[in-house]
Design a protein around this ligand. Structure first.
Ligand SMILES: [Cu+2]
Length: 139
């Protein structure tokens, strides 16, 4: 009787150890999956950047006396198109950042500039100096 009980108890202990091992292993797998996810999402965002690099254009809208989006990130070689949706004229003028002083352009018109160097190019609108934007260009 005692031997059978001992065998049963040992059996239960072994099962508990196996169950614990499975839980630990599956827990590790979950952790591995979680640690893998950020790089894969980063890779997919890189893929998104790569696709924008292939298109090599980015768009900024001038509306309600503001640049939208105010900050954009692009790759070297990207042409940024600023389109004016306001009824007044706006411009894209570099804050001594390497971005040239663009001309005034009116409603429905687009000003284009191709970024050939990496860096952060801040700019404003000449008639409305409170309008600010920046283009972050990376290699
Ligand atoms: Cu303006």
């Amino acid at each position: 009787m005692k031997t059978k009980q001992t065998t049963l108890i040992i059996g239960i202990i072994v099962l508990v150890i196996i169950a614990a091992a499975i839980v630990v292993t599956s827990g590790k797998k979950k952790n591995d999956t979680m640690s893998v996810k950020p790089p894969s999402s980063a890779a997919s965002s890189n893929a998104a950047v790569d696709s924008s690099q292939a298109v090599a254009t980015a768009s900024v809208t001038l509306e309600n006396y503001a640049f939208s989006p105010a900050t954009i990130k692009v790759k070297v070689g990207t042409t940024v198109n600023w389109t004016n949706k306001d009824t007044v004229h706006h411009s894209v003028v570099g804050d001594n950042s390497g971005l040239p002083n663009g001309p005034l352009f009116g409603q429905g018109e687009t000003y284009k500039y191709t970024f050939t160097k990496a860096g952060t190019f801040t700019y404003h609108c000449a008639p409305h100096p409170y309008m600010h934007g920046s283009v972050v260009v990376t290699d």
